[in-house]
Design a binder for this molecule. Structure first.
Ligand SMILES: [Zn+2]
Ligand SMILES: [Zn+2]
Length: 399
């Protein structure tokens, strides 16, 4: 093994730049696939540092590569760039300057960390051994399908990585604590729309109608038995009907009804069972009531699943930087994250890095809240862990 670089120290020397970058990005938030300014800053910085840069991947994505030497492995490090359509309510000097847009998920911090990692790894290139890195700056994580588009655009080919690594600044964890866990860490998210067609008519003549409201009501009740009666209680799953639209007046039996909802799970079999039962329940009830039903089902995001070997490496890295007592594995969430798509393509690890500091009122509002903020001391920790994990992986792979 090559002599070890102290990435804790390296990252610490970058603190000022990290905070400057994060605040600049925070003041100029850009929504999914519109991250033009952000992408330009990234591409310029990567070029200055000496990376092979590709711009305009899936609109605004940027790739920066240090190719591996003969026989060396390649690590892909992913950082998402997009902001949210939220009007910021924080009164800080680095408040968003873009009306109705805000970095309320921490992706400004992710880009700053990515730029820090880029500098740290290039300056300590020897620590990569024969390995190389591909820094992947991704657009549109927040529901735009950015990861999928990056894969389609070939971001995971030429050169193809051997491992995928990513992280999220996490307001639910104290600063200096990381949650590194193998297996599923975030849920899959599917959406469904059910259109029920009955036969409308007079409210006083139900016998000559097919009541779409009643059929929809039976469906809602029956759909809620899927998780409670078809899924193993040890396996988490959620089915939520979030919207019902039907009817117009007191005395009219509704002709049609629309239900909309979401399904979350960690496991592909569970997900398939819920999906299959949804179709069966909907078509069965429709036919029992002489109505017609159509289901529109869209797969929004698969579950984010961490591979055992890569997770072990990230755990060692996090323990080195934060101390073993500060690395936990107890958290996972039914929220979803499109890093899942990249991990499905090339397995690896995605982890949460705590950024809450209650004393300074930072990280006390949830992600996506108009007062979301985090402790910037998380930035060098993110850089250090990502660099440590990358170099450990690349050197271990070499034997
Ligand atoms: Zn988010
Ligand atoms: Zn996010």
């Amino acid at each position: 093994m090559t002599s070890r670089t102290d990435f804790h120290m390296v990252a610490h020397s970058l603190v000022e730049q990290l905070i400057t970058d994060r605040r600049d990005l925070h003041q100029h938030p850009e929504l999914g696939f519109q991250e033009f300014r952000t992408a330009k800053i990234i591409a310029e910085r990567l070029r200055e540092l000496g990376y092979d840069v590709t711009e305009g991947v899936a609109e605004t994505g940027v790739l920066g590569v240090i190719p591996p030497k003969q026989g060396g492995k390649l690590a892909m490090l992913r950082f998402d760039m997009d902001a949210l359509p939220i009007e910021e309510q924080n009164h800080v000097e680095y408040r968003s300057l873009a009306e109705g847009k805000m970095h309320a998920c921490g992706h400004d911090g992710h880009v700053a960390i990515g730029l820090g990692v880029a500098a740290a790894l290039m300056e300590n290139r020897a620590a990569l051994g024969d390995g190389g890195v591909k820094l992947l700056f991704q657009p549109a994580e927040e529901g735009g399908g950015g990861a999928e588009r990056m894969v389609q655009a070939g971001a995971m080919e030429n050169p193809r990585p051997d491992v995928s690594l990513g992280m999220h600044i996490w307001a639910d964890l104290p600063l200096g604590v990381a949650n590194v866990r193998s297996g599923p860490i975030m849920a899959s998210a599917d959406e469904f729309t059910i259109r029920v067609t009955g036969k409308g008519g007079h409210g006083a003549q139900p016998h000559v109608t097919v009541d779409a409201v009643l059929v929809a009501a039976q469906m809602i009740v029956a759909l809620h038995t899927i998780v409670s009666r078809n899924i193993n209680p040890e396996q988490p799953a959620v089915l939520t009907v979030g919207a019902v639209h039907s009817g117009t007046a007191h005395n009219i039996i509704a002709h049609d009804a629309v239900l909309k909802g979401t399904i979350r799970s960690f496991d592909t079999d569970v997900r398939e069972t819920v999906r299959r039962r949804l179709y069966e329940v909907v078509t069965g009830i429709a036919s029992a009531y002489d109505a017609h039903a159509e289901v529109e089902y869209s797969v929004t995001c698969p579950a984010t699943v961490c591979a055992d070997d890569a997770t072990a490496v990230v755990r060692e890295a996090a323990e080195t930087i934060l101390g073993p007592a500060n690395v936990i594995d107890t958290q996972r969430t039914m929220g979803s994250e499109d890093m899942a798509v990249l991990l499905n393509d090339v397995p690896g690890c995605y982890f949460f890095l705590g950024a809450k500091n209650e004393q300074h009122q930072l990280g006390v509002y949830a992600h996506h809240h108009p007062r979301f903020d985090f402790d910037e001391a998380v930035l060098p920790l993110g850089v250090a862990i990502m660099c440590e994990a990358t170099t450990r992986y690349l050197n271990a792979a070499k034997n």
